[in-house]
Design a protein around this ligand. Structure first.
Ligand code: SD4
Length: 330
């Protein structure tokens, strides 16, 4: 090749690279005018209600974060939901402590852990994200911040929780077993009409846990992760096991490698199983479930054992409750 020919090609190439970004920008602009079907998904049966609520916000053109927050707040305010917000089961010393985190498509994050007396810890996590230079507040400091922000403080122990705790205290048998009945953490993910993703995870954690114990739910990367260019994931179940594999980040990272949300959830659960095997730890008293939503609105979910369900609300349709496939037979 003659030098002049080479320069022509390089010149052409340079011209192309000068053109390409503006072409991409134009495409992006066009894309932002395209209608994106909004989607909201959430763990467990109560997700039917919370995704329907989120969908009202999404269909009105609201943001994925506003929609998700509106959804999970329903669950937090419901005293009958015994693993989230008001009515959450106490720790072994009788204190109801809540954990939550949120993340948006830009990578903004906020988290609170071991907070007492605040029902809407999801909103508190969001306040940490939006109103402080930090990403995580815990315990008394989180409660103080809530007070400063005007959050009402109240007793979160409902009579049913008190009765259960008193009964548990008769034996005080410290076996933090995680099964279908006691891990109703809500993790919710939404995609709005502008293609923005957001997620929130909120929980009272394990029933009768050690005082100060924190699970995966308020840990960014474990209980929740959002990459606005790829997808989002959230977890429910045995927090210690989810933290061990950085579960939600793992799901999103598998999506980044090209796997569908479904396969990404399967691979994360498989990794948790591998860690159990490696440590030769008992797996019989544990359950873990992941749900995932990608930037294109595709969803997926997978659990360690049967019994996990998640709700999917899409466009104008009623939310659907889906039985999630599991790695183990029982
Ligand atoms: C946690 N994943 O604290 C949460 C909640 C839960 O049994 O499912 N607890 O580990």
């Amino acid at each position: 090749m003659k030098r002049s020919d080479f320069l022509k090609i390089v010149g052409g190439g340079a011209a192309m690279t000068a053109i390409l970004p503006s072409t991409l920008r134009a495409k992006d602009a066009a894309r932002s005018n395209e209608y994106i079907e909004p989607v909201s998904i959430a763990t467990w049966r109560f997700g039917l209600e919370t995704t329907a609520e989120a969908m009202k916000v999404l269909r009105a053109g609201g943001s994925a974060l506003d929609a998700t927050e509106a959804g999970v707040k329903l669950c937090e305010a419901d005293p009958k939901e015994r693993s989230v917000g008001l009515g959450g089961r106490p720790d072994r010393d009788g204190f109801v402590t809540l954990d939550s985190c949120c993340m948006d498509h830009l990578g903004n994050i906020g988290s609170v852990a071991a907070v007492e007396n605040v029902v809407h810890v999801s909103s508190l996590a969001r306040a940490v994200m939006e109103k402080t230079p930090h990403v995580m507040l815990v315990g008394e400091g989180a409660r103080q911040f809530a007070q400063e922000m005007g959050f009402p403080l109240q007793d979160l122990m409902v009579p049913d929780s008190k009765r259960e705790w008193e009964k548990w205290r008769e034996k005080s048998d410290y076996q933090p077993i995680v099964n279908i009945e006691n891990h109703d953490t809500i993790g919710q993910l939404s995609l709005d009409e502008q293609g923005r993703l957001a997620g929130i995870c909120t929980t009272s954690g394990m029933a009768f846990k050690m005082r100060g114990r924190v699970g995966d739910s308020p840990i960014i990367g474990a209980g929740l992760y959002v990459d606005g260019a790829i997808g989002a994931a959230t977890a429910t179940g045995h927090g210690e096991e989810v933290i061990r594999v950085v579960g939600s980040y793992r799901v999103v990272s598998e999506m980044e490698r090209g796997f569908s949300p479904q396969v990404a959830c399967e691979r994360a659960v498989q990794k948790i199983y591998e860690f159990f095997e490696r440590r030769q730890a008992g797996i019989q008293d544990t359950q873990i479930g992941f749900i995932a939503l990608d930037k294109r609105g595709r969803t997926g979910a997978y659990a360690l054992r049967p019994g996990f369900q998640y709700a999917v609300a899409r466009g104008g349709e009623d939310p659907e409750l889906i039985d999630v496939q599991a790695l183990l037979k029982s």
